[in-house]
Design a protein around this ligand. Structure first.
Ligand code: CA
Length: 274
């Protein structure tokens, strides 16, 4: 990332919401290593909290050594038709999956626990998405908001098959049933892909406690009208709570900004302060 001409601004917020006793979401964001992630845990008696925290720890811990070093040795065989970065991301997701799966099976208190995993990773100047479950990634531009992950959920399958409209899916009684997640099965089928970005693009990772409560056009308006990402993150959480806050709410925002502009802004701020 040293030769990149952009830098990344980031902000995150998480909140229990208005109805749940605990916050079982977890997140990670560190622009210096280029990993951004949301994990939405599930399972009784706080097991969801364990599953989401473990997913973050294992995924990030596995990935970190590979991100700064283009020549890092890959300690496993590449799968057919896979590039080495996709393989690293797959192995990182698998390491999270095995850890949660084993913990769930050895400890009765944690039986059945699981977690979503939606991550944006800056891998040698390319942006990769790794995604399992129904947390989301959106790309937000001045005039558009695009959901770039597809929910691994029963209602999304019905929408894809033309059995349900997007609108009906939002209030469907089965909208919380997910079809893939970290920790429930030994096998894992994450979506891993690269996504184009331009300078000034903002990416939002969120748990369903945001997008179940707040329509996409309102999310878009909040992000584009907020003065900075910290304010946007707070306002997104508030918007979900204002609409009922039925679930835990987590948002992670990242924006690609030109390096030179940031330098000028910094000097400008200092001048004002003096
Ligand atoms: Ca949730």
């Amino acid at each position: 990332m040293t030769d990149s001409y952009w830098t990344i601004e980031t902000a995150a917020a998480t909140d229990r919401g208005r109805r749940r006793a605990e916050n079982e979401d977890a997140y990670f964001c560190d622009a210096s290593i280029g990993i951004f992630m949301v994990a939405d845990g599930m399972g009784g008696a706080n097991a969801g909290e364990v599953a989401s925290a473990m997913s973050v720890d294992k995924f990030v811990g596995f990935l970190e050594p590979f991100l700064g070093d283009e020549d890092a040795t890959i300690p496993f065989e590449l799968q057919e038709n896979e590039d080495s970065r996709t393989t690293v991301l797959m192995q990182a997701a698998l390491s999270a999956n095995s850890a949660v799966y084993e913990k769930a099976n050895e400890d009765p208190d944690h039986r059945g626990m699981g977690s979503t995993l939606t991550a944006a990773i800056v891998f040698h100047n390319d942006l990769y998405i790794t995604h399992i479950g129904d947390s989301r990634c959106y790309r937000i531009r001045t005039d558009t908001i695009d959901q770039i992950t597809a929910d691994h959920s029963k209602v999304q399958e019905m929408v894809s098959q033309g059995l349900l409209t997007e609108e009906a899916a939002r209030s469907h009684p089965q909208r919380n049933i997910i079809t893939r997640c970290i920790g429930r099965k030994k096998k894992l089928k994450p979506d891993i892909f690269t996504i184009d970005f331009d300078l000034a693009d903002t990416f939002l990772l969120c748990s369903d406690g945001l997008n179940d409560m707040v329509p996409d056009d309102v999310i878009h308006r909040i992000v584009t009208e907020s003065l900075d990402l910290e304010i946007a993150a707070t306002r997104l959480v508030n918007a979900a709570n204002d609409r009922g806050g039925r679930d835990n709410i987590t948002v992670v925002l990242l924006r690609f900004v030109p390096e030179s502009t940031e330098t000028i802004d910094t000097y400008g701020d200092q001048d004002q302060e003096n």
